[in-house]
Write a protein that binds this ligand. Structure first.
Ligand SMILES: [Zn+2]
Length: 525
């Protein structure tokens, strides 16, 4: 793990942010972004950081405040506004309570903000509040998760990190975890960090740099420990498919897969709730997918419970796909997807009945498919969602394989994962925007570089479609893509060079569209 701290950069952050926000928050933004820049530490809204400082109220009184990452912000791009400030003395008083429901916790956090319009503070706010340190950094570091998701995780963490890092048993984030972590810390107040089993790492210090460097140091030690245990043990198969061949396969099976993953919408105008697909196939991924333990690992839970809302608990592994027989492959995919749905339904039924709760069931469809010879294929309502799932799935594949190679990958069980998957505070992270008329549809437009073509693409994008712009003219195509991307976002449109007078070029263009989004629903020519 590389230490990215630079005195010169830290000074730049202070010059830029300190005049308005103060030096502590300026440095908090800086080291949060250093953490966010490392996908092996946090991904897509995961992890959180905080700083304790004094804030002045309207009457000029100085009040102790906790500024903690707000929901909706990613650490790699966070700004000072992404750290809502709360009344620290009040938060600490809450520790006297025996219990605090999640709903009341959220209410207490919102009613003790300095700014009524601030984003919701992290669900881990009370843990930050109950610890005494000015700076606290929380990550879901891959190397830590490879060690903690093991039957002897506590021992492995102690061996790798020594006794300056505490071990906290798994408890779901919230009031109970915050109290437990504070008690464990107070029994050893010279600790520099704590590993939350099957969840992640916290480090803390009086200043931004030390807290950040403690994260780097812990992760670095966990990585070295993992490497030493892995020596000579390969988690991957060496006779894997070539990435180019895998992309060609994806173009062939993408449309069938999208069809199978669509579900009835109940709307006669648009009978299918479709998904957009994201495909990943690097030599590493293809090697890991060909390894014999991949099937069993796919059916075990995520690296950290937070991932469950993006990828679901289980990933769908397609064993020995019939890649050279389109009909057989389609039947195989249909059967495997159907049995995934059945299993999800029974997992849901078992959990609600054993917990005696009522919840409204999320769709039973897989988010992550692992297909040897093809790659990781992720499904989402937008390409952005599918890409988030794919980023997480790539890390998950790698870390599960490493964990299995040094012992046995053993994540949380269904009961804990269900609590996380159906926790209202987690579901809130996914947002509830109303879908547009052409959401989840892929439209391919020919002559997209021309005036009518680009205007058509813009209208389709405004209506929510993912758009494939095609044209023979490279430059016009790129200009048009720029215009559409300003409306749709870069991930929802793609430019593909295509000559409509050449059959081979058209076929290649459609293949490319299928490899990018999984298929095509609308053609405007
Ligand atoms: Zn966490």
């Amino acid at each position: 793990m590389k230490n990215r701290w630079s005195d010169a950069e830290a000074r730049q952050y202070c010059d830029h942010y300190a005049p308005r926000w103060g030096e502590a928050l300026a440095l908090r933004v800086y080291t949060s972004r250093l953490i966010g820049a490392e996908a092996d530490l946090v991904m897509h809204g995961g992890g959180n950081t905080s700083v304790k400082l004094a804030r002045e109220n309207l009457l000029g009184d100085r009040i102790d405040a906790l500024c903690v990452k707000g929901s909706g912000w990613d650490l790699d791009s966070i700004e000072p506004e992404g750290f809502p400030a709360l009344d620290l003395a009040w938060l600490r008083k809450l520790r006297k309570l025996e219990a605090l429901s999640d709903e009341e916790m959220v209410n207490q956090l919102r009613t003790h903000l300095f700014d009524a319009s601030a984003p919701n503070p992290s669900v881990e706010t009370l843990l930050h509040a109950f610890l005494p340190h000015a700076f606290i950094d929380h990550t879901h570091a891959d190397a830590i998760l490879a060690l903690t998701n093991q039957p002897d995780g506590t021992e492995l963490i102690r061996n790798a990190l020594g006794d300056r890092v505490l071990v906290v048993p798994y408890v779901m984030p919230g009031f109970r975890l915050a109290k437990l972590a504070a008690e464990i810390f107070e029994a050893k107040p010279d600790a520099e960090g704590m590993v939350l089993l099957k969840h992640g790492l916290f480090t803390f210090a009086a200043d931004a740099r030390t807290s950040y460097e403690r994260t780097v140091d812990c992760v670095d030690r966990a990585e070295s420990f993992l490497r030493s245990r892995l020596r000579g043990r390969s988690a991957s198969s060496s006779r894997a498919t070539e990435p180019n061949a895998a992309s060609a396969k994806m173009a062939q099976i993408g449309p069938a897969l999208r069809g199978l993953l669509a579900s009835p919408s109940g709307n006669p105008d648009q009978p299918h709730r479709r998904v957009i697909l994201e495909h990943r196939a690097t030599p590493e991924i293809l090697g890991l997918l060909d390894a014999p333990q991949c099937a069993s690992l796919a059916a075990r839970g995520p690296l950290t419970p937070d991932h469950v809302i993006r990828t679901k608990s289980h990933h769908l592994f397609i064993a020995q796909p019939a890649l050279n027989d389109a009909d057989a492959l389609r039947r195989q995919l249909a059967d495997d997807i159907a049995s995934f749905r059945t299993q999800y339904d029974s997992y849901f039924a078992e959990q609600v009945s054993s917990k005696g709760v009522t919840r409204s069931k999320i769709d039973p469809d897989p988010r992550v498919l692992l297909i040897p010879g093809v790659g990781i294929v992720c499904a989402g309502k937008t390409r952005k969602d599918a890409a988030i799932a794919a980023d997480i799935a790539e890390h998950t594949l790698r870390i599960k394989a490493a964990a299995e190679a040094i012992g046995r990958y053993e994540p949380l069980g269904d009961a804990e994962l269900f609590d996380m998957e159906y926790w209202s505070l987690e579901q809130a992270k996914l947002g509830k925007e109303v879908e547009k008329p052409l959401s989840r549809q892929v439209a391919l437009v020919t002559g997209a570089g021309g005036a009518i073509g680009v205007a058509t693409c813009i209208e389709l994008a405004r209506a929510g479609a993912h758009v494939v712009l095609t044209d023979v003219d490279d430059e016009a195509l790129e200009r048009a893509r720029g215009k559409v991307s300003r409306i749709a976002g870069g991930s929802s449109c793609a430019a593909v060079k295509m000559d409509v007078t050449d059959e081979a070029s058209v076929a290649a263009g459609f293949d490319r569209a299928c490899a990018i989004f999984g298929g095509v629903d609308i053609v405007v020519a």
